[in-house]
Ligand binder design. Structure first.
Ligand code: ADP
Ligand code: MG
Length: 256
């Protein structure tokens, strides 16, 4: 059984076919990356898989079950989690409270909690607080557990978002440009974190423009262009593929 399968998927915005008859399969286990030029449809694909958009046509199967059109919180409960291209952090809150609120937003809450409810979530039970602290340590934020998010560096906030997405114990984690805005040292640490997440049994799907990161961590790379599958393969196959070089990597891609 494949973990995630997309079949003949379509979504257009006005006249633009953002996703165009796209079929692909994500097998459980390894680290997958989805690459391609800006506007290729990578984020739209994540939005379709996570229930933000409903496809106009085609199927999305998660563990052989049709999930197209299901609500994001239902999908989170089934084991799908994601991070966003633009940071989605609650500011004016501590790092650990972000995780605790995220646990609830992603699982059993169908609407933004009222202020009263928010307070009760943050007070939380000790078990959730402990789990949240463990997650922060797992992503390398052990020093920031009680820190206010307003005072945290950008790289730490990106990790915080990853920790929050792991709070629902997903089977698959979709990361949308996690290295964007990170310095080389932070990107190196992210490489290690992605491998650690995969080793913990979570299937990772990475959308990323940092080709050093992509080529280094990926077992399987999918290339999109104009909403279509251009090709897929191992890092070695992709960096030498003439179509990928022409559409995205350029000649220097061979040296990645
Ligand atoms: N909400 C939207 N409304 C209109 N057009 C959109 C919307 N989201 C994406 N698009 C268009 O769909 C195409 C794919 O965009 P996107 O999925 O964001 O690409 P990528 O993440 O690969 O850069 C682009 O042409 C983009 O302009
Ligand atoms: Mg995008």
């Amino acid at each position: 059984m494949s973990l995630l399968k997309v079949q003949s998927l379509n979504l257009s915005f006005g006249g633009v076919n953002a996703i165009d008859a796209l079929s692909l399969t994500i097998e459980p286990g390894p680290i997958h990356s989805i690459i391609g030029p800006n506007g290729a449809g990578k984020t739209t694909l994540f939005n379709l898989i996570t229930g933000v958009y409903v496809p106009s046509d085609g199927q999305i199967l998660f563990e052989d079950k049709e999930i197209a059109g299901k609500k994001p919180w239902t999908l989170a409960a089934m084991g799908l989690a994601r991070t966003f291209q633009n940071l989605q952090i609650f500011f004016n809150m501590t790092a650990i409270d972000n995780i605790m609120v995220g646990m609830h937003l992603n699982s059993d809450t169908r609407f933004l909690p009222s202020l009263l409810r928010l307070k009760s979530i943050i007070r939380g039970d000790n078990e959730n607080r402990e789990k949240s602290a463990e997650l922060l340590k797992f992503v390398g934020l052990g020093d920031y557990i009680g820190a206010d998010t307003d005072s945290m560096p950008y790289g730490a906030l990106k990790r915080l978002e990853i920790a929050r997405s792991l709070a629902t114990q997903p089977k698959i984690l979709l990361l949308d440009e996690p290295a964007a805005g990170l310095n080389p040292a932070e990107t190196g640490e992210l490489d290690g974190l992605i491998q650690k997440i995969a080793a913990s049994g979570v299937t990772v799907v990475l959308v990323e423009h940092d080709m050093k990161l992509v080529m280094g961590v990926s077992d399987h790379i999918i290339v999109l262009e104009s909403g279509k599958l251009l090709c897929e393969g191992s890092a070695d196959e992709i960096r030498h593929n003439p179509d990928v070089i022409a559409a995205y990597l350029g000649e220097s891609g061979r040296n990645l």
